[in-house]
Write a protein of this length. Sequence first.
Length: 318
Amino acid sequence: VTDLADRLVPAMAGLIELGVVDTDAWSRRRVLQLGGAAAAAAVAVVALPGVAAAASPSDTTTAPSTSSTTTTTTTVPPPTRTIYFTSGSAVLSVPTTGGSPTTIATNLSSPQGLAIAGNTLYVSEVGAGRISTVPITGGAATTLTTGLSNPWGIAVANGVIYVPETPTKSILAIPTSGSPVTTVASDITNPLWVAVDNGTLFISNVNQGQILTVPTAGGTPTVFLGGLRAPYSLTTSNGVLYFTQSSISQNVSSVPVAGGSPTVLAGGLANANGLAVADGLLYIADTNNNRIATVPIGGGTLTTLVGGLSRPIGIVVV
């Protein structure tokens, strides 16, 4: 018996070391307490895979219970924002969830471009050659600057309104206080729309099929993109420039502001003008289709958000 124990115990130790036998504290304790061949054999019987053995009543243990945890993923919808846009002789608003438009301002003279800073909307009135302001809560328009020549797609950044003047082939800078008016770029064939990104102005030079850049402080325009088909409106968001193009602005495209090749995001537009970006969607003033449409910023199918409008052109989303 002693000889059997002497041979079994080392064998068990080797099996434990190799991971074949997994003894618990009780098994090891019993080997030390009982000794001899009988105890070692008992351990072998208990621990060997596929063999069940009865434990001593005083040494019975309860295995910990396991329970499964279900993880629920909740999708948080984007916040409801407000879209402001020109339509006919008015500025209207509508939630990004859709619905009936609310009138913000009326009796404007061919309003085209629209920009926002704080609680103030800035409107370029082509028919009156002026920039007007309107509270975002609605009310009468107030003249900020007059004597402009066909101001169109404007942008505002850091307290300055940037205004393209097609007849003078210039880009003007006007403080939101209204004066003084300065020229930041000139000798542009047909500037129609501007956008601002990190100190750089992007300018649509329609007849030349170009998008130009110039520092907001002023300078000589540089060709950013060429070979386009009548680029119209522009906007920037998170390092990406979005623009409409073709002879009647039938599609909307994007390109990194760092440069690269344009990507067409959607077609089927009709003389689309204003663009705005919010929560992964591009909002488009689809002028000749008399609607506000949306498309994912990565591209996809156009969706009509609001229809039955009167030639919407300028648009912002806040």
